[in-house]
Ligand binder design. Sequence first.
Ligand SMILES: Cc1cc2nc3c(=O)[nH]c(=O)nc-3n(C[C@H](O)[C@H](O)[C@H](O)COP(=O)(O)OP(=O)(O)OC[C@H]3O[C@@H](n4cnc5c(N)ncnc54)[C@H](O)[C@@H]3O)c2cc1C
Length: 377
Amino acid sequence: MANEVRFELAVLGAGPAGLAAALRASRRGLRVLVLGKPRRSHAGFGESLSPGARSVLQELGAWSGFEAGGHLPCPGYLHSWGSSELSHHSFTTDPRGHAWHLDRPRFEAGLARDASEAGAVIATVRASPHLSPGQQQGSTWRIDYNRRDGTAYALAGTIIDASGPGARWAHQLGSRRILHAPQFATVARMTSSTGGISERCSLVESTPDGWWYSALLPDSALVLAYFSSQRLSNPARWDRCLRSTIHVRQRVESAGYCLDGRLRTVSACSEHLEPVAGVGWRAAGDAALTHDPIAAHGIMFALLSGRDAADSLIDEAAGQTDAAAQYTRLVTSARERYLKARDQIYSAEQRFADAPYWAARCSRARSRQPLRPVATQ
Ligand SMILES: Cc1cc2nc3c(=O)[nH]c(=O)nc-3n(C[C@H](O)[C@H](O)[C@H](O)COP(=O)(O)OP(=O)(O)OC[C@H]3O[C@@H](n4cnc5c(N)ncnc54)[C@H](O)[C@@H]3O)c2cc1C
């Protein structure tokens, strides 16, 4: 089967960035196509969303869907960083309220529902859609793709690459990724037969070879993520690393948590794309700038840059010739803020400064002096 449809915007990727872009553009009257591949068993990484997300979701018209999503309020975080003692950061004094532990599939389903209701067409593709220059008048791009019921093609005036770190279309257009720091995350889902812990604060703990993150998921499972320079898929080795922690271990043992399923090892490096924009196209979210998860800012950036990429293409279509350059400046200044904040966080841990994982991060932080306090959230 083959059909042809014309769109003003085609978006690659149905994650937070792609869906935010689709929502924004649809609400502003554009005919939008979103092409997304189903994730491979993606229950999320136990991501948290910062208090600042409320205003962006409200602005996108996605707040009531988010509120109904069953996400778990996160009142703050506990951290053992620079000291073996545990410190507490509470959101109770934050005028924007608390953060959230996301139910990631429901978060994306809610955004997708809102985007469809706003008029976006969301198609699930089986393989990477193929991008080529459009031949017909008014269509800059032609996109060929495979759906479950056959092949199709679309003609689009503009495109957004929101396909995550793979940045598929941007690569095809000649962009390249600049790696800041390689890192892997080993993610474990843990369940307890005794009901688990009631502490809703997330927990971060540094160790000589990396750092651990732990948070409750809305379904009451506990997620543990270990960030280090190594791909750690062997449960026995992972368990040895876990036993070298103080607070994460205590949390796991206090409620008899056991590993539920397999360990997942994923890349968690910090990277950016150059260029992120050109005439008729933008990259947004992780495709444009992949944050180190220590910043807990990747999803916020995905929502913000998705929104801004859509606005920027609308401005360009209305005749603003420097819209791509303006969008590039927005992303560049977000990157600068993020890198300063990230370096500041890493340089606050000096106990392991000679260990390879920390030496790489602390020396980078020193070379970027002077550091000023910068909030990414
Ligand atoms: C271990 C870990 C922990 C993290 N913790 C946090 C946290 O606590 N807080 C936070 O804010 N962020 C966190 N992040 C980062 C966060 O997950 C990302 O920043 C966020 O998902 C980026 O959203 P996105 O829409 O840009 O990309 P993605 O979420 O990657 O979405 C891209 C979408 O595009 C699809 N796609 C890819 N290629 C194609 C293709 N060729 N064709 C069609 N579709 C395609 C993918 O299937 C996916 O659905 C964490 C990341 C990791 C790895």
